[in-house]
Write a protein that binds this ligand. Structure first.
Ligand code: GLP
Length: 215
């Protein structure tokens, strides 16, 4: 594990964008795992800026998002589908068929999870996974206590996570109770993981992670 310390959120976002863009520019086929939440927003802004300045080509890039809420659709501003279109995809002109996000409205959610895993596998796995960290330590929507061998599945969200994410919704009741998420094993199979952590509310979870690595 390599720990890169940044002086502030902007600096972290620039460094993260540089790492991602290096992969995109130096490889002729790349599969990215992407995250939502507040943390990667500025990283995506730098990627957009880079696109505008350099017309960076995204035709060789495939993306898989980590997760999606169950029960809300692509046109809902709180869906992660909507987030990705508005915060990154539309601006970098990546062909839509190369971007993948679990369908939280799927009739058969179990089948949706299996199919998502298959798609990742058929693309040869994820080369670079961008990850955020929930204040309770969750990655994707894998809540604390999730087994390490899990693949894409439906997760019941904890009260802590629903409360933390309620800031994006009108009321706490509107926050979905479940989400589809890549499993911990799916994430750990990635060739490289870029975990972005910023903000005081994350310090306990980050300290725990760094301490457990020493053991
Ligand atoms: C959500 C997402 C996670 C994200 C986390 C932290 O629960 N499912 O993937 O890492 O929030 O979000 P933020 O970056 O807004 O703190």
């Amino acid at each position: 594990m390599r720990l890169i310390t940044a002086t502030n959120y902007t600096d972290m976002s620039k460094l993260a964008a540089e790492i991602i863009l290096k992969r995109i520019k130096e490889t002729n086929k790349v599969t990215l795992g992407l995250a939502t939440g507040s943390t990667p927003i500025e990283t995506y802004k730098y990627m957009i800026e880079d696109y505008q300045q350099n017309k960076t080509d995204y035709h060789h890039v495939t993306t898989f998002n980590l997760d999606e809420y169950v029960g809300i659709g692509p046109t809902d501003p709180n869906s992660y589908y909507y987030f990705m279109q508005t915060k990154l995809f539309n601006a970098i002109h990546i062909p839509e068929q190369q971007t993948h996000i679990p369908n939280g409205l799927a009739k058969d959610l179990r089948q949706e999870c299996i199919a998502y895993e298959e798609k990742i596998k058929n693309h040869g796995g994820i080369d670079l996974q961008v990850l955020g960290l929930g204040s309770n330590g969750h990655i994707g929507f894998n809540e604390p206590g999730t087994k390490f061998d899990t693949r894409t599945h439906v997760e019941q969200l904890t009260e802590t996570t629903r409360r933390a994410n309620a800031r994006f919704f009108n009321t706490l009741e509107e926050v979905p109770t479940h989400a589809i998420t890549m499993g911990i094993d799916t994430i750990l199979q990635s060739d490289e993981i870029l975990l972005l952590v910023s903000g005081e509310e994350k310090s306990a979870a980050l300290t725990q992670l760094l301490e457990s690595k020493k053991k």
